[in-house]
Ligand binder design. Structure first.
Ligand SMILES: [Zn+2]
Length: 314
């Protein structure tokens, strides 16, 4: 049994916005090429992307949002949010392929085909249940959480997010749901989109204390992250989840054009290794990593490959 499944296929390259938008199709190509050039693809179980069904999308999203994306996809222009996320011809199919691939990766882990999996274009953590947001048309993280709750009857999932941006689409969808343990390291809410994820936001009602937002000052590097990680580690050690999701956005690496964090890919490798040990302890090693943001192509190659390599080497 191969321990790590990765998803490669041109369907994933279709999720890229046109006209010089930072979220381009090249993000996928760089990952695929680096996987092949380094020989890492040969050490993984390589799977093809899948498309999510309308029913799977509607487990997380409202029927109105799904219908609106379908409509805008046919027209092929306009915006799916206030102005960050443009529609293009085929955007529905492209976004459904990202979600379907993340769900297939979750299935592979749950069925025991692999222990760890990586869905490179996944991690679209800004989309809300009822609207697209911040380059994210559908939220594959949320769709995977709903899939695991409803199909596999799990009732405790850990979501860790090291993207420079706060995972607001996940956080606010589960703010009062204690079944989702949420840990998010992001650039300080006053200094970066979406401006949410204050340290004081720790969940509401029965979910109070199941969420931890850690705000990193602009300019923070590896040492600052490792120091804060200790706080995060003590937090997750209080729980025993049945599945671990990692949104490993690489826009937190030094040199990203739209953020101000300065990690190296040591952080991405370290967090993956930590979560593998944690998942081995609590949930048969079940760890699904979702690529997330990152708009410097060299950093995609470094960061996503470091996560994949940590999984393969485990
Ligand atoms: Zn981001």
């Amino acid at each position: 049994m191969a321990k790590t499944c990765v998803y490669l296929g041109d369907k994933l390259a279709k999720y890229g916005f046109p006209d010089g938008h930072p979220f381009s199709s090249d993000r996928y190509s760089v990952y695929r090429d680096t996987m092949q050039d380094t020989g890492l693809a040969d050490r993984c179980c390589v799977q093809s992307p899948c498309s999510a069904t309308v029913e799977q999308l509607k487990r997380f999203h409202t029927a109105e949002h799904v219908a609106n994306v379908k409509h805008c996809s046919k027209i092929g222009r306009g915006y799916l949010d206030a102005g960050d996320t443009p529609a293009f011809p085929g955007v529905y199919e492209a976004a459904a392929a990202v979600v379907g691939t993340t769900l297939a990766a979750a299935d592979s882990i749950m069925k025991g085909d692999c222990r760890h999996a990586f869905s490179p274009i996944g991690g679209l953590h800004h989309a809300r249940r009822n609207i697209a947001s911040g380059f994210c048309v559908f939220n594959d993280c949320g769709a995977a959480i709903e899939h695991l709750f409803s199909v596999y009857k799990l009732d405790r999932i850990l979501y860790v997010d090291i993207d420079a941006h706060h995972g607001d689409g996940v956080f606010y969808s589960y703010e009062s749901d204690e079944r989702l343990i949420f840990l998010d390291f992001h650039q300080h809410s006053k200094t970066l989109y979406p401006g949410t994820g204050k340290a004081s936001e720790t969940g509401i009602g029965a979910a109070q204390g199941t969420k931890l937002n850690i705000e990193m000052l602009p300019g923070s590097g590896d040492e600052a992250f490792f120091e804060e990680w200790e706080k995060g580690r003590r937090f997750i050690d209080r729980f025993a989840p049945e599945f671990v999701l990692l949104q490993c956005g690489v826009d937190s690496l030094h040199g990203d054009p739209i953020t101000d964090l300065h990690y190296t890919d040591r952080v991405h490798r370290f967090v993956t290794e930590q979560l593998i040990s944690y998942a081995e302890l609590h949930c048969k090693g079940r760890l699904l990593a979702l690529g997330g943001g990152g708009y410097n192509l060299g950093n995609i190659a470094k960061g996503w490959i470091s996560v994949t390599r940590a999984m393969v080497d485990a």
